[in-house]
Ligand binder design. Structure first.
Ligand code: PLP
Length: 438
């Protein structure tokens, strides 16, 4: 009997080895990692450079508290991130994961407004069908009803506007562009409803991951969101914990939307699974307001800026940029979309196949014509996940809520090093898992 308190009640196979895009369990079964766990393992499981960087740092010093010291890997990682960050982003706060990064972003926004004499600004507006993490602040921002339900009394009140989700919400006869403007204008209406002087930030994932299955916004949506935020003096927080670090084919997903945020969060692909690490990056304007005000961000965790994690993050980022993996993500991402469309595009229970780069979602529906979701009791996404595992494939099941009903999406986020042959293997195994799992 295991004493590990895991998230699943079921007995799980024990992972014992990782090699490239594959994981082997204790029984010798081999799984193609088609989702990098949860969009984490972007370099695969045995990257020699990342392992060497962690080892080298371990030989120097494993830990030095950020209350007393900075470290070479933390400085190097922050420099490299800023050299490649969206316009205006100038400072990096290193953390241990995505939820921590989102918590820090929300607290930084609040402190910024306190220090600039706008103490009345405290409200966050987010979107339905979004996920920002499992800690209480991040969970309150997230719009996934199922994840929030049990903890509702503990969550600070947050407004949730509609997501930008073309497949579900663009109306008959409406152009994609008009739909994007309509969806973005919900933010303006909500700010007006709440009172602009009370709102501090809007938070969104540029490509929605865990609760929707790789849903990018339509062209123009985020530009309009940026305009609205600027008009009301509200900070735009983009959560790129899942879609950042090259996952969509550009280092930051928002580059493809032509906008720069005031604060951006990253995590998963930054450590690529070799170390737990996340980061919150902010504009020079926010940093300066605090530096010239109270002088310090009133926040911190024992392990933030951990040298081993920073060494891993620096090696991962160096690999993504130095090995030219971004064009490869774009090319293999297009190949994956094509393979999925060829294999599943006409499947009676596949409603949509979408995404950017190596971040793809397959939406499963009871009826293609009506887009009706399956009965949640059938747990379709979980069944497909199990069927895929039985078939030697890891894919991420996402059960986001669509207008109060749970939908079923399969999220694919394979390592950037996936080969064309492995894309075929992934598609083939997924197609079989959908048929057996349904
Ligand atoms: N934000 C987004 C967009 C995520 O997808 C996740 C995790 O899936 C988080 C935040 C939380 O990150 P973590 O699980 O590292 O705390």
């Amino acid at each position: 009997m295991t004493h590990v308190f895991g998230r699943s009640g079921a007995a799980l196979p024990k992972a014992v080895r990782g090699e490239g895009c594959y994981i082997t369990d204790a029984e010798g079964r081999v799984y193609l990692d088609g989702s990098g766990g949860a969009a984490v393992s972007c370099l695969g499981h045995s990257d020699a450079d990342v392992r060497a960087a962690i080892q080298a740092q371990l030989e120097q010093i494993a830990f030095a508290h950020t209350g007393f010291f900075t470290s070479d890997p933390a400085e190097a990682l922050a420099d490299l991130l800023i050299q490649n960050a969206p316009e205006g982003i100038e400072k990096v706060y290193l953390l241990s994961g995505g939820s921590e990064a989102v918590e820090a972003a929300i607290k930084l926004a609040r402190q910024y407004f306190l220090e600039t004499g706008q103490a009345g600004r405290h409200r966050v507006i987010a979107r339905r069908q979004s996920y920002h993490g499992n800690t209480l602040g991040a969970l309150a921002a997230g719009g996934n009803a199922w994840r929030r339900e049990k903890y509702a009394p503990l969550l600070v009140e947050t407004s949730h506007i509609a997501p930008c989700f073309e497949y579900r919400f663009r109306q008959e006869g409406e152009s994609a562009e008009d739909y994007g403007q309509r969806a973005a204008n919900e933010l303006q209406a909500e700010i007006e409803r709440l009172g602009p002087e009370t709102v501090m930030a809007f938070i969104a994932e540029p490509v929605v991951g865990a609760t929707a299955g790789a849903v990018p916004a339509v062209k123009g949506y985020f530009k309009r969101i940026r305009e609205i935020c600027d008009h009301y003096g509200i900070l735009l927080i983009l959560d790129e914990v899942m879609c950042g670090m090259g996952r969509t084919g550009t280092l930051f997903a928002c580059e493809q939307d032509g906008v720069a945020p005031d604060i951006v969060t990253i995590a998963k692909g930054l450590g690529a699974g070799y170390m737990p690490i996340g980061a919150m990056l902010c504009s020079g304007a926010i940093y300066d307001a605090i530096a010239q005000g109270s002088g310090s961000f009133q926040h911190g965790h024992t392990y933030h800026g951990h040298p081993l994690a920073a060494a891993a993050g620096h090696a991962v980022l160096t690999a993504i940029l130095g090995r030219d993996l971004l064009p490869q993500v774009r090319a293999r991402g297009a190949a994956l979309q094509d393979a999925l469309t060829a294999r599943l595009g006409q499947h009676p229970h596949v409603g949509d196949i979408r995404g950017r780069g190596l971040f793809r979602g397959v939406e499963l529906v009871a009826d293609r014509a009506t887009k009706d979701t399956f009965d949640p009791g059938r747990n379709v996404h979980a069944r497909v996940k199990q069927a895929a595992m039985d078939n030697g494939l890891i894919c991420y099941p996402a059960g986001g809520t669509i207008d109060g009903k749970r939908g079923d999406h399969i999220l694919l986020a394979p390592p950037y090093i996936i080969s064309e042959a492995q894309i075929d293997e992934l598609t083939d195994k997924l197609a079989r898992a959908i048929d057996t799992g349904l």
